[in-house]
Design a protein around this ligand. Structure first.
Ligand code: FES
Length: 150
């Protein structure tokens, strides 16, 4: 009798373990959601849906003026100094006190007219007083238009 009770308990234990195993495996294999980032590599730019990109202007305007500033002044686009086939988009609001930076192609830098902070083409701080980089956005050229995902 005692032996039968042990057998019965061991079978219940195995049954419980077997029923928990599939849910444990599923819990371990679930994919984590991807974190979003304002800056992405060129691969993720290509993978992003076109619907999230908005036209800032044409490539002809960009080449004529040297930079494109969006109507709401929240995005400035330049040709990538490292690769002229690409464009770079950043938020032109200076991270020091909020003036609007301007692109100086001769210096290959965004320069703030208020206190002379300088940022690289990718938005990194080149010279203070600003300490925080400009926010960078995904940008691309499509059918002669400059598109930005801001
Ligand atoms: S606001 Fe740009 S350097 Fe001060």
């Amino acid at each position: 009798m005692n032996l039968n009770r042990r057998k019965l308990l061991s079978w219940f234990g195995l049954g419980w373990l077997a029923s928990m195993l599939p849910s444990s495996l599923i819990g371990c294999s679930e994919a984590q959601p991807e974190a979003s980032s304002p800056i992405a590599s060129s691969e993720s730019v290509a993978a992003a849906p076109s619907s999230s990109f908005k036209a800032i202007g044409t490539i002809a305007q960009l080449d004529k003026e040297g930079s494109l500033l969006s109507a709401d002044k929240k995005v400035i686009v330049i040709r990538d100094p490292q690769d002229a086939k690409k464009v770079v988009a950043v938020n032109p609001t200076c991270t020091h006190k909020g003036c609007t930076v301007q692109w100086k192609s001769a210096d290959k830098a965004f320069v703030c007219p208020c206190h002379d902070a300088e940022f690289t083409a990718s938005g990194a701080v080149k010279e203070g007083p600003a300490k925080t980089p400009l926010t960078r956005y995904n940008a691309k050229i499509e059918n002669g238009k400059v598109l930005v995902n801001a």
